[in-house]
Design a protein around this ligand. Structure first.
Ligand code: ZN
Length: 181
């Protein structure tokens, strides 16, 4: 692609860095923005940059949040004795969208995968075990991918909870709650 403007070219290159966006699509999006009012485009870029700069991770469950404690954790109407353990934030969004679960979450930030160099210490497993021991948790539901990494992660956490009087349930992610993002 040959551009007559380096400003245009730079913008296209930035959009093309996004997953699933090729150069052609990037050009289409940039040309679309060029047709918008300047205030519209300012609002667009300010929203993206505000999201990146100000977003937080919940101190309790590691879900994405506007505040130190996310609105799921701070909702007293939710069942505070059940934790659903998920791999990432997309899982929380998928399960919340089904409106079938009224407990709390714990976002591991990944699953144990030695081949990818991901060990338990890189995940929020210690925080999870601490929560289960100290927050009066009665049930832990694992909603991880039904594969070897998911199984390994459940096994590892299960061993850490051997002495803890808590009910452990495993569901295949996306099956019991339905839908996947
Ligand atoms: Zn939270």
């Amino acid at each position: 692609m040959i551009f007559s403007s380096s400003l245009l070219e730079n913008a296209v290159n930035e959009f093309a860095k996004l997953p699933g966006i090729g150069k052609k699509t990037a050009l289409r999006l940039v040309l679309h923005l060029l047709k918008q009012q300047e205030t519209e485009v300012d609002h667009f870029s300010a929203t993206v940059s505000k999201m990146r700069n100000e977003i937080k991770f919940c101190l309790r469950c590691h879900n994405i949040s506007d505040k130190e404690m996310c609105n799921i954790c701070s909702n007293t109407l939710r069942n505070q004795q059940t934790i659903c353990v998920v791999e990432n934030i997309r899982d929380v969004i998928a399960i919340e969208s089904t409106q079938q679960f009224n407990g709390l979450y714990h976002v591991l930030g990944g699953i144990i995968s030695p081949l990818d160099g991901i060990g338990p210490e890189q995940l929020t497993i210690d925080d999870l075990v601490f929560r289960i021991k100290n927050e009066g948790i009665a049930e832990v539901i694992f909603a991880l991918n039904p594969n070897i990494q998911g199984d390994t992660t459940i096994y590892y956490i299960g061993r850490k909870l051997k002495e803890v009087p808590v009910k452990i349930t495993t569901i295949a992610r996306g099956i019991a709650f339905g839908g996947e993002l």
